[in-house]
Design a protein around this ligand. Sequence first.
Ligand code: NCD
Length: 309
Amino acid sequence: MLKGRHLIEPNDFSLEELEEIFTLADDIIKQPTKYLDICKGKLLATLFYEPSTRTRFSFEAAMLRLGGQVIGFSEPSSSSVSKGESIADTIRTVGCYSDIAVMRHPKEGAPKLASKYSNIPVINAGDGGHQHPTQTLTDLLTIRSYKKSFSNNVIGLCGDLKFGRTVHSLVKALSRYENIKFVFISPPELKIPSYITEELGNHEFYQTSSLEEAIPELDILYMTRIQRERFFNEEEYLRLKGYYILDHDKLKQAKKDMIILHPLPRVDEINSEIDDDPRSVYFKQARYGMFVRMALIVKLLGGDIDVKN
Ligand code: NCD
């Protein structure tokens, strides 16, 4: 039962519960008109303490396409946060006006803290370099629709694996499936944290800084940007940006059915010359993100609304 639950990290939901969300997302994709009014009278609050385009817009689009409405802020300077209000007080207030809340915050653990004080479901839309569970739902739904199963794939994760919360969430979520090999491709300075690899259990994995070497064996390539805002020092960022650029030349070595994912925004790590390659599915992935968030909202609001068959 997902009704009333919070989503702070992907493993808050069982594999069966995730499958329920994906099945509903599939149905929404097939018959969107069936769901036009399902959240009528419901309000989604978006609390964005950090910039966002896709995550915020896709949540807003999701709620509006379900017939619900949206309130919120896209930068804390326009709310009482700028007066020093605590997260606990903000979420208690937001819970008086709305039915479900989405929070993005630069501090790791902020959405979890909010969920402890909240009487409405809280969805983590990214907390610092920690987790980004709804991007993971997006990534999983995309993989599920292009590959036969999550299991038996070699996935390469490339770029900023140190600060990239989408990578941390996705690795955690995928490690619950069978027989996945992880290839962590990053500059030495941006290696995947050991607390993530320690949880990989029996899964095979290796780390490399060479995308060229890794690419031939991959079934899935997950590109990420080097995240300027997470660096303490601009020089270090400038030295590492442009470390990876995926282009026609590098793709020649890849499998014909490899898929390329990217949570977006991209900077220069994917050359736009490959956007039309059938393996480039990152913009389709962004669309899946809206559908999976629609399914998530419906499930968390659960029994309050009638899912007509
Ligand atoms: C990601 C994020 O915010 O962590 N973007 C997103 O939500 N799609 C990745 C990023 O900002 O690089």
